[in-house]
Design a protein around this ligand. Structure first.
Ligand code: SAH
Ligand code: SF4
Ligand code: F3S
Length: 467
C-alpha cells in the first residue's frame, strides 16, 4: 500500500507514526471501510485538489459518502476569494458541530485557501475547537500522516516549503473523459485586491517533461480533453531556467494528439503573439480564451495592479479576434473597486459592449484581509455597487444571449460528457467554444465528439439534436 511520506521528517510524533504504520500494514488499513464526506468550494484549482484528496484518503481505506450524516471524516476544501466564502465555511462548520454531537469520533478537517490564512487558523484554534485537522494548500499530500497521527487537539499543518512542487501525485479524477492538469501552482502577480498569492504561494511551474508525461498517460487511458490549469497559465515556465514558454508547451501538448486542449486562466499581460499563433494553427487547441478584464478604466486597472491599460486590453482583444475570428472570449469583472466612480464604471460597460463577451463572471469587490486594496479609501455604498453589478449583468446577459442565438441552425462539434439534468433522454457536453449544449438523440454518445445541430439558444446554454 502506498502511503505518501508516512515517515516524513516533519512528523512531530515519530514513534506514534511508526506504531500506526505497523498497525495499518497489519490490518490492511486502519481506516478500512470508514466513510468520508468531502465538500469543495472555489475554483478549478480546488476542484482538482479535491481529486487528489479523494485518492489520498481512499489509499488509507476510506470510502466516499454522499452525505455528511453517518460519515467518520468530513473534509471541507475552502475558498478565500471573497467574504461570502468565509460565511459558507462557518455555516458548514455549524453543521459539522451538530454531527459531532451525534458521533463524537467524527474527524473534521479544514483545508484549501482559507486554511492557509493565519487569521482563520487563529480563529479555529480559539473558537472552533471541535475542528481536528487544518491543512494548507501546500500540505495536501500530508493528509494521511495527519489522520494517522491525530492527537486530541486541533492539529494545524499549513507550512509552505519555498518552491515545492510535488510530483507523482495520483488523482481520483471525477471524469474519465475530461481531465485537469496542473502546469503551475501559485501566482506572482499580486493584483492588489487578490488573496490568491498569499493562499497559494509564489508561482511554481512544473517541469514540462512531467506535464507532457501526465498528458500522454491520460491520452492512453482514453481521455478526450485536458485543461491546463494555473492562475496564470501563460506565465508558465518564467520561474524555471531553460523551461519551455507557454506557447511552446501548448504546441508540445498538441503534438501528443489528445483531441481537445484547453487552458485557464491566461492573463492579458503575458499573452504573447506566439500563443495566439499556436491556438490559431492547431485544431486540437480549442478556440476558447478566458481573458479577465477586471475593469475597463485604466485608472482603476492601475490601482488594481493589473499591468495593462484599457487600450492595451482592447488592442490584444482585436489581435486575437483578427487571427482567430471564431474564438470565444469570456472574462471576469469586478465592480466597486475602492475609488471606482460612475465614469469608471461606464468605461467598463463600454469595453464589455465592444468585446461582446461570450460570457462574464461578475463580482462586487470584496476586501480581503492583508491585501493592499483592503486599506484603500472607499466611499461608494454597497447599494451603489450592487446597482452597478445589476446594470453590468443586464448587459453581459443580453450579449451572451446574442452570441448564443448566432449558433441556431449551425452544426457544431460537441464532446458529450454525461447525462443532462434537463431531461432523461438528454445528454450534454461542450462545443469547442465551451458552450454547454443539451442534446437529444445521443444517449449512446457519452465520451464521444459528435456533430450537433443547434435548435435553440438560451442565455447560458444551447439545445440541439444529434446529426
Ligand atoms: N488568476 C485569475 C483569477 C483568479 S480569481 C486572473 O488573474 O484572472 C477569479 C476572479 O475572482 C478574479 O478574476 C476576480 O475577478 C475575482 N476576484 C478576485 N479577488 C476578488 C476580490 N477581492 N473581490 C471581488 N472579486 C475578486
Ligand atoms: Fe489573483 Fe491577479 Fe494572481 Fe489572478 S493574476 S490569481 S487575480 S493576483
Ligand atoms: Fe478560491 Fe483559492 Fe481558487 S481562493 S478561487 S479556491 S485559488
Amino acid at each position: 500500500m502506498k502511503l505518501p511520506n508516512l515517515l516524513d521528517a516533519k512528523i512531530r510524533n515519530r514513534s506514534k507514526v511508526e506504531y500506526l504504520e505497523a498497525e495499518v500494514l497489519k490490518d490492511g488499513s486502519l481506516f478500512k471501510g470508514k466513510r468520508y464526506f468531502l465538500k469543495t468550494y472555489g475554483c478549478q484549482m480546488n476542484v482538482h485538489d479535491s481529486e487528489l484528496i479523494r485518492n489520498l484518503v481512499e489509499s488509507i481505506g476510506f470510502i466516499e459518502s454522499e452525505t455528511m450524516e453517518g460519515a467518520d471524516l468530513v473534509i471541507l476544501n475552502t475558498c478565500a476569494i471573497r467574504e461570502n466564502a468565509h460565511d459558507k465555511m462557518y455555516g458548514f462548520l455549524g453543521r459539522c458541530k451538530h454531527e459531532k454531537t451525534k458521533n463524537r469520533n467524527l474527524i473534521i478537517c479544514i483545508c484549501g485557501c482559507m486554511a492557509q490564512e493565519p487569521s482563520v487558523c487563529e480563529e479555529i484554534l480559539e473558537k472552533y475547537k471541535y475542528v481536528d485537522i487544518v491543512f494548507g494548500t501546500h500540505n495536501i499530500h500530508e493528509l494521511p500522516n495527519l489522520l494517522l497521527n491525530r492527537m486530541n487537539k486541533t492539529d494545524i499543518e499549513v507550512e509552505s516549503i519555498e518552491g515545492n512542487v510535488y510530483e507523482n501525485l495520483d488523482y481520483k479524477r471525477d471524469s474519465s473523459i475530461e481531465a485537469w492538469v496542473n502546469i503551475m501552482y501559485g501566482c506572482d502577480k499580486f493584483c492588489t485586491y487578490c488573496i490568491v498569492p498569499y493562499t497559494r504561494g509564489k508561482q511554481r511551474s512544473r517541469k514540462s517533461s512531467r506535464i507532457l508525461q501526465e498528458i500522454k498517460e491520460l491520452k492512453d487511458r482514453g481521455y478526450k480533453e485536458i485543461t491546463l490549469l494555473g492562475q496564470n497559465v501563460n506565465a508558465y515556465g518564467k520561474d524555471l531556467e531553460g523551461e519551455l514558454s507557454f506557447s511552446d508547451l501548448l504546441l508540445k501538448v498538441s503534438d501528443i494528439g489528445i483531441e481537445r486542449i484547453r487552458f485557464v486562466t491566461s492573463h492579458p499581460w503575458d499573452f504573447s503573439d506566439e500563443m495566439i499563433e499556436a491556438i490559431a494553427s492547431r485544431d486540437n487547441i480549442m478556440p476558447y480564451i478566458h481573458l479577465p478584464l477586471q475593469s475597463g478604466s485604466s485608472r482603476i486597472l492601475k490601482l488594481m495592479g493589473r499591468r495593462y491599460t484599457k487600450e492595451e486590453y482592447l488592442a490584444l482583444y482585436d489581435k486575437i479576434k483578427t487571427r482567430i475570428p471564431d474564438a470565444a472570449i469570456t472574462t471576469d469583472i469586478i465592480v466597486g473597486f475602492p475609488g471606482e466612480t460612475e465614469e469608471d464604471f461606464q468605461e467598463t460597460l463600454e469595453v464589455v459592449k465592444k468585446c461582446k463577451y461570450d460570457s462574464a463572471f461578475t463580482f462586487v469587490f470584496s476586501p480581503r484581509v492583508g491585501t493592499p486594496a483592503e486599506k484603500l479609501p472607499d466611499e461608494t455604498t454597497l447599494k451603489e455597487k450592487e446597482d452597478r453589478l445589476h446594470r453590468l449583468n443586464e448587459v453581459v446577459n443580453a450579449l451572451s444571449l446574442e452570441t448564443n442565438e448566432k449558433y441556431v441552425g449551425k452544426t457544431v462539434k460537441v464532446l458529450i460528457n454525461g447525462q443532462s439534468d434537463k431531461g432523461e433522454n438528454k445528454v450534454c457536453g461542450y462545443t469547442e467554444s465551451m458552450k454547454l449544449v443539451n442534446v437529444v438523440g445521443a444517449e449512446d454518445s457519452i465520451g464521444k465528439i459528435i456533430e450537433v445541430e443547434i435548435t435553440e439558444a438560451k442565455s447560458f446554454s444551447l439545445n440541439g439534436v444529434k446529426k
